[in-house]
Ligand binder design. Structure first.
Ligand code: 1GP
Length: 247
């Protein structure tokens, strides 16, 4: 089964999937093996690994440690071309479709594609949409693109439909790591009722209840990063998993 098929199965078996973001720049590497084991037991469905900056030079090593301590899929969520590795199960092959910066629409993809192909790494083509989250996030600053205004769901819908017609496999509605406000539920609802692609939602989600509201609005996968970096206790991971798994 491909990783994309595994994600589809998670969605159909559990209602929605809980993806935990591991940013190699923000981890306590000594506790990583134990943390990954506990997070898997507490209901994490897959791990996303990556970051906007990547100051750490231990990307491969971090991926190896994660792989060794979980049987859940380990998926690269790349902030740039340097974040490609054959250790992972797959990579989100992101096109930053909300922006108009050609480097993030096709330039980086052209640089990364031959490497990904040579590694035989599964690429899951994903339309990545930055949504205004109340503060300037690293993703916005680093990509030099403007997010979609949060009170303009129709603009988000038009981008989502373009992604579907282009033939991308998934959408990622992103308020940005550490966003003050997460993607509005009304926008998620409008996108998921108009567009048939599975939708990942992340950025600024801080409570299990908020995560559940996003699933109820139509999200297929929820990503949390910051809140679990701040409080990595397994009981909180379990609460998120329980809120996200509706069946
Ligand atoms: C960022 O969507 C992810 O790309 C997670 O965001 O760190 O705010 O949870 P947070």
């Amino acid at each position: 089964m491909t990783t994309f098929e595994q994600l589809q199965k998670i969605k159909s078996d559990r209602g929605a999937g809980f993806l935990l973001l591991i940013d190699p720049d923000n981890i306590d590497s000594k506790n990583l093996p134990r943390f990954i084991g506990e997070a898997t037991k507490a209901g994490t469905d897959a791990f996303l690994v990556g970051g906007s900056l990547m100051l750490s030079n231990e990307f491969d090593k971090t991926l190896k440690v994660i792989k060794e301590n979980t049987n859940a899929p380990v998926i690269i969520f790349p902030g740039g071309v340097s974040q490609v590795s054959s250790v992972a199960d797959a990579i989100l092959f992101l096109l930053l479709i909300s922006g108009r910066n050609p480097d993030y629409l096709i330039g980086n993809q052209v640089n990364a594609a031959p490497i990904i192909k040579r590694m035989k790494l599964e690429a899951i083509s994903t339309g990545y949409m930055l949504i205004e989250g109340g503060n300037v996030t690293s993703a916005e600053f680093m990509s030099n693109t403007k997010p979609i205004p949060r009170e303009k769901p129709d603009i988000a819908v038009a981008h989502a439909l373009a992604a579907e017609l282009i033939g991308l496999k998934m959408l990622y509605l992103e308020a940005g790591s550490g966003a003050r406000q997460s993607v509005p539920d009304a926008m998620i609802k409008k996108v998921t009722t108009t567009c048939s692609l599975p939708v990942i939602v992340g950025g600024g989600i801080r409570t299990p209840e908020e995560a559940r509201n996003k699933v109820n609005a139509g999200a297929s996968f929820i990503v949390t990063g910051t809140i679990i970096e701040e409080n990595s206790h397994k009981s909180l991971i379990q609460e998120f998993a329980d809120a996200i798994h509706t069946s």
